[in-house]
Design a binder for this molecule. Structure first.
Ligand SMILES: [Zn+2]
Ligand SMILES: [Zn+2]
Length: 340
């Protein structure tokens, strides 16, 4: 089968490898669709993602769905032919965080297509993956594989909105209108945010947000416009851009008593106006991956509460993966989905 290994910055190589073997509690999934994520792009551009540096070439990809083609003896709840979305989280299930239910914080987490662990965990830019049956979520017949591939980023957004500690009735700024920002906006709208502003430097991303969920688009490159939009401040700022100025701005634009959710990955340490945390009694919360919300995300899509199709800018065929990465790097692109 074919697999794409990342050897370094802008160095993705297609190779032929053997099909993986499955253990008794695993299934073999033929991947049908995988989304290209911002973190995949970080690895592709820089050979690393923030603090995560791969120690060997590895396979990216963690937003995927496919068809079960073989099931181990203890995984027969998912017979061959089952259509599934894959939750890429593989926590240890034994540490204190796992036992407390916060398995996204597990220090031994192996996440598909991630070098947060060493050696890195291969992901799904390959034709077949072996995965625990309990990581596979059966899809309703009406849900296509492309939508199912968006369940992982949707889960990130559901967790991020949850970290705000209540979104209904609140004035919210979503900073960054990339795929995660767009999903956060859709989820916040669904759960009753009273007012949703969005900031980005790309007009096309702001236009898409305005057409789908945003009340107030703001050009992030215009500080005066940003200050006007903030007015007395937002109850919640979800920072999903990873831009230093956007995170710094969140402290200024959050209302006294408000909450900042930091979700975007910064390239390194930055200076922050931390006295504002004290003076305004801000709550600053991180949001890292997700825990337990994959079924909730699946339910939102299955009941057609959200329409994610407008977020898919382009689809490419699996052998053209490198072209897909290059398309995903274009500023007007929101999400590229790879079809197999
Ligand atoms: Zn992702
Ligand atoms: Zn653990």
């Amino acid at each position: 089968m074919q697999a794409f290994y990342l050897h370094g910055a802008r160095d993705l190589r297609a190779v032929e490898i053997d099909q993986p073997q499955i253990a008794a509690d695993e299934v073999l999934v033929q991947i049908r669709a995988t989304g290209i994520c911002g973190s995949d792009l970080h690895y592709y551009l820089h050979g690393r993602n923030g603090d995560f540096v791969p120690q060997r070439p590895f396979v990216l990809g963690h937003e995927s769905a496919g068809e079960v083609v073989n099931a181990g003896a203890f995984a027969d709840v998912l017979p061959a032919g089952s259509r599934v979305a894959i939750d890429p989280s593989h926590p240890c299930r034994r540490c204190a965080h796992c036992r407390q239910g916060r398995y996204n914080l597990c220090p031994q987490m192996r996440y598909f297509g991630s070098a947060a662990c060493s050696p890195p965990q291969d992901g799904s830019f390959r034709e077949y993956v072996q995965v625990h049956a309990h990581n596979c979520h059966p899809l309703p017949a009406a849900m296509d594989y492309r939508q199912a591939a968006l369940l992982e980023p949707l889960s990130i957004a559901v967790h991020g909105v949850g970290q705000a500690g209540g979104i209904a009735g609140r004035r919210v700024l979503v900073s960054g209108a990339g795929p995660i920002g767009q999903l956060i906006g859709l989820v916040a709208r669904h759960y009753g945010a009273a007012h949703l502003a969005v900031s980005d430097i790309r007009q096309s991303a702001l236009d898409l947000a305005s057409s789908l969920w945003a009340d107030q688009p703001v050009c992030a490159a215009d500080p005066a416009a940003m200050a006007r939009a903030a007015g007395a401040g937002f109850d919640v700022v979800v920072e999903a851009s990873g831009a230093p100025a956007a995170l710094q701005g969140a402290y200024a634009h959050c209302k006294a008593g408000g909450t900042i959710v930091q979700l975007g990955v910064q390239g390194g340490p930055i200076e922050l106006p931390v006295n504002l945390v004290m003076q305004k009694e801000l709550t600053v919360r991180g949001s890292f991956r997700f825990a337990h919300v994959f079924p909730q995300a699946l339910d939102l899509l299955a009941r057609r509460q959200l329409d994610l199709d407008p977020l898919i800018s382009q689809c490419v065929a699996f052998p053209d993966l490198v072209a897909g990465f290059d398309a995903a790097l274009q500023p007007q692109t929101i999400k590229v989905v790879v079809d197999y």
